[in-house]
Design a protein. Structure first.
Length: 159
């Protein structure tokens, strides 16, 4: 299986960088993982709705150029479908069995994802109704993907 994670912005804190490296190492036994960072654009503190949409659209255009046309696209979206770890594992397993062995996860910037990116996604996935910093979300996503592979292998990581 090949997994791309397209994310807006770079990791800044060393502890996030180290956590991502650890999960990349762990996941190398299960898949070919590629993390693609697209530049973020800072939103002014008092930006208007129009300015925010422009920023999301700009980031969205960059994201869309990085999506492989053969991949199954999963956008992380606060209003998306919530799955348990076991259901995410089952979803990834079903995708592999049905020939969708190329998956792209998308993590937006601080303002979320543009409508164009959300329309491209076959699944909109929510981890919680809470908002998480996108740097932390990268670590959470990697942990859950790793957990899914362990569940699917019947290994005891998920409890």
């Amino acid at each position: 299986m090949k997994i791309d994670i397209i994310t807006v912005g770079k990791l800044k804190e060393k502890y996030f960088v180290e956590a991502v490296k650890e999960y990349q190492k762990r996941l190398s036994a299960f898949c070919k993982l590629n993390i693609i960072e697209v530049p973020d654009k800072a939103a002014p503190q008092q930006s208007s709705q129009k300015e925010q949409e422009e920023i999301k659209n700009n980031e969205g255009e960059k994201i869309l150029t990085k999506i492989n046309p053969q991949s199954y696209v999963i956008a992380l979206e606060i209003k998306g479908e919530m799955l348990s770890s076991e259901k995410l594992a089952k979803k990834l397993d079903q995708l592999a069995v049905t020939g969708s062995s190329y998956i792209t996860f998308i993590i937006g910037g601080s303002l979320g994802l543009s409508q164009q990116v959300l329309k491209k996604a076959q699944l909109k996935l929510s981890f919680s109704p809470m908002t998480f910093p996108h740097q932390l979300m990268r670590v959470i996503l990697l942990e859950q993907v790793y957990r899914a592979f362990k569940i699917n292998k019947g290994e005891p990581y998920h409890k």
